[in-house]
Structure formats: structure tokens, C-alpha cells
Write a protein that binds this ligand. Sequence first.
Ligand code: PAJ
Length: 280
Amino acid sequence: MQKIETVREMQALADKLRAKEQRIGFVPTMGALHAGHLSLVKLARAKADVVVVSIFVNPTQFGPSEDYSNYPRPLEHDLELCAEAGVDAIFLPPVAEIYPKGCSTFVIEEAVSKPLEGASRPTHFRGVATVVAKLFNIVRPHIVVFGQKDAQQVAVLKRMAADLHLPVKFVVAPIMREPDGLAMSSRNRYLTAVQREDSVVISQALRRAQEMVAGGEHRDDRLIAEVTHLLSQKRRVRVIYVAMVDKDTFEPLRVVVPGKTLLAIAAWVDEVRLIDNVEL
Ligand code: PAJ
């Protein structure tokens, strides 16, 4: 596994691979890797000749009171996991390599990024879109793999790639969950045992909504009321949003449209912010 820390070297590798007509599959991450990330790597391996993973805790996507400096950075362990998963190259740039002094250009998607996550984290998607556009220009992938766990991120980045004519093919991986249903996340390691117990209500509430839809309920107000009620049963859980939206535009939907509808939750479990979603 090659370890690359500079933009110049990464672009040179991408050029060399492209000259040999090798298809580059790319999985961008912020590290603290878990089985969710590794499922993305597996998909990339199945769909490309060479797999590049980036590990970069991107400062511009964290708000001023968020966990940028405390974000977990277990680098050695991440490198072991990548090597075991058959990653060919790992891109680990220092912050100054991605945001050199004087850098003043950002990518702002102005529709899909506005509601839900965008409303509660106003500069988040500007940071995500900017870093991902940069990474696409550095890694020059044919195929990129993202997780459905961050469904709005996928929708914003697909919109960005289409709008900027970026020649990448998106592959979206299903949400990997713990045995009790909790969606895997690098932030789960912040949870204490009691918080971890309460956090399971998030995926349980989403599953309940799926059952209601299977039983014939299609109205957003009834589904959202039930989900909100279930979440309110746990003392440590505070709802940030529960929303039923179109999975591509993130506009609200009043009734379930099969194949198009996402139910998304963000909630605090004490001071840990968790998100999850299901298709309805
Ligand atoms: P990060 O949170 O490290 O996630 C990297 C990728 O792993 C994302 O595409 C995310 O959706 C996916 N992922 C996380 N948990 C998952 C799970 N339980 N099941 C399936 N996939 C999962 O998302 C980011 O980093 C950053 O915003 C990034 C795109 C790297 C830009 O900085």
C-alpha cells in the first residue's frame, strides 16, 4: 500500500494509472475507520482496478463549536485496516497541502444543501463540497463511493458533480449497522455505555416508520409524530430534526412516494450528535 502525502505525488500517480487505462476507485474519509468505511472500500475494489482511500479531517466542514480538534485520529490502526482491506494507495495530506496559505475559493451548492443538516450546520456542506471537489481533482477517480449514512451529503455531492461537469461515477453503499441497529459512525466512540443504550432508539424509530408504511400509512405528519414520540421516550435524546424528504432534492414530501422517499433523523444523545435515515 502506497502512502501519499502531497497533491503533486497523488496527481502524478493518478496520471500514471490513467495512462495505463486503469480505473481508479476512490473512497474519501476522515479516518477513524470502521466496518461502514470498509464496506465502501470493498465496493470500490469490485468496481475499479485501483482503490485510493483518503484520510483527511477537513477543518472547513466543522462549525466553530464542533469537534474538529477532538475528532478521533487513530492513524496507525486506520492504516492497518486499509492494508488488510486491499487498499492500493492512501492519501493523507496535511491541512496546508489542501488549504495552502491564501486559498480563497469555495464550492457552494445552493439548494440541496439548505435544509436539515444544512439548516443546523450552516457552513458544513460548503466545506464538504469544497474538499470533495479538491479531492476529485487530486485523485482523478473514475468511480467514487459514498455511504447512504450521510444521505444528504450524497445528494449534495451528486448535484455538485453534475453542475460542475465532473466526470465521476457515483456508487452509494448501504448503511452498515451494529447488531442492535445503531448506524456505525466514527462518532459512536464518544458514547458512554448509558448513552449508547439510549442511542438505539434512533434506528428503532426509523424501523417503526417503515413498518407503518408497510401497514398502509403514507402521511408525513403521522409518521413524523410517531418517530418523534418514540425518540422522546429516552431521557438523553433530543431531536434536532425528523423529516420526510425527496431523496435527491431534499425537499419535503407530504406523502410517501415509493422509491423516492427518505425519512431522516438528527438527534443529540447528550452532547453527541447522531444522524440516521431509511428509505420508505
Ligand atoms: P466520514 O464521516 O469519514 O465518512 C466517509 C464515508 O463513509 C462517507 O461516504 C460516509 O457516508 C461513509 N459511512 C460512514 N458511516 C457509514 C456506515 N455506517 N455505513 C456506510 N457508510 C458509512 O463523510 C465524510 O467522512 C466526509 O464528509 C468526507 C466525504 C470525507 C469529506 O470530508
